[in-house]
Write a protein that binds this ligand. Structure first.
Ligand SMILES: Nc1ncnc2c1ncn2[C@@H]1O[C@H](COP(=O)(O)OP(=O)(O)OP(=O)(O)O)[C@@H](O)[C@H]1O
Length: 314
């Protein structure tokens, strides 16, 4: 299956009165990819999601979502290929989980007589015939995800998908998203929980006050602004002294204790530093390499705002 672009936005803008909610936003998301849309409160994430879903018209720019313009009437037909989980999942409390899912299945033209696999995927099989009013917050969230998965969508748009979920349920959701990706689905996640996204997304788009300040894979964004990785080394005292002497003119070096030092190296120095440290193998007891997290990348781009797109800046 080809990796066609599921979302292509070019120079999209939107204001509410005099408030510029989005300015000049250009964004792409391909099939089989997971993109995280991140930004502070009020950055414009919900506005962008509403525009992608065709619920809000932009004032400027061109849009292509599943090969169509979400603003056109023909897009209504395509909506059944999109699974959407809103930030606030509101269900009718008096209906059972099964009746709820059947309601959404009918809207999407999905057969209602075989909904069990959806309940199983989100671990709600034992609660499918209970009223939603008796569900916990996490169970309602999982029902919301089952609803978004109906009919094998080509595009999944999930606003805070793991909100209210325990660690096991969170892991299950990311497993489901991986399976969906393998089946060709493009996944867009909007989230504030950056710590859990690190190893789970392919690309990130950082919105800051309505502007997209960065877009690309986390390693690429780190590399672009030369963010330093931390190399924590436990070694014999004499080796620690040799390491400090060898690197102190080149890198920030911190002696944490008699047997521990911390080096901070740029992406282009990493391999060279590692091999020089490894050459002292006899005195080295342990090495831990920690790359800057998504949270650190987000903070760096949000603070300085060096606009970066992987296709325009190399
Ligand atoms: N209907 C509206 N009328 C006026 N201003 C609005 C409207 N909706 C959003 N805004 C403003 O547009 C900006 C972007 O809002 P948006 O809801 O898209 O941000 P967000 O990134 O989703 O925020 P959050 O993380 O808090 O959900 C904010 O300044 C918000 O106050």
């Amino acid at each position: 299956m080809e990796n066609f672009p599921a979302i292509e936005l070019l120079n999209v803008g939107k204001s509410y009165g005099r408030k510029n909610a989005l300015e000049d936003v250009s964004l792409t998301l391909s099939a089989r990819q997971c993109l995280a849309l991140v930004g502070h409160n009020g950055a414009g994430k919900t506005t962008l999601i509403k525009i992608i879903l065709g619920l809000l018209k932009p004032d400027a720019g061109t849009l292509n979502v599943l090969h169509a313009d979400p603003g056109r009437r023909q897009f209504n037909q395509l909506r059944r290929n999109i699974g959407f989980l809103p930030e606030q999942v509101l269900f009718q409390k008096t209906l059972t989980g099964r009746e709820t899912l059947a309601f959404y299945a009918r809207l999407k033209g999905v057969a209602v007589n075989n909904l069990d696999p959806y309940f199983e995927r989100v671990d709600l099989q034992d609660a499918a015939d209970r009223r939603v009013g008796t569900y916990s917050k996490g169970m309602r969230q999982r029902l919301g995800i089952a609803q978004a998965l109906l009919g094998q969508p080509k595009l999944l748009v999930l606003d805070e998908p793991t909100s209210g979920l325990d660690p096991v349920a969170r892991q299950n959701i990311y497993r489901i998203l991986d399976d969906e990706k393998k089946n060709g689905t493009a996944v867009l996640i909007s989230s504030h929980v950056l710590t859990e996204l690190d190893d789970r997304i392919d690309r990130v788009a950082i919105l800051n006050q309505g502007r997209l300040v960065a877009q690309g894979s986390i390693p690429l964004l780190r590399h672009h602004i030369n963010m330093r990785s931390r190399l924590r080394i436990r070694a014999r005292q004499d080796t620690c002294e040799s390491l400090v002497a060898a690197f102190r003119l080149e890198l920030p070096v911190e002696r944490i204790s008699g047997e521990e030092i911390l080096l901070r190296c740029r992406p282009d120095q990493k391999m060279d530093v590692l091999s020089r440290v490894m050459a002292m193998e006899e005195g080295i007891l342990d090495i831990e390499l920690v790359d800057p997290s998504l949270e650190e990348v987000f903070n760096a781009y949000s603070a300085t705002g060096p606009a970066f797109r992987e296709d325009s800046n190399g």
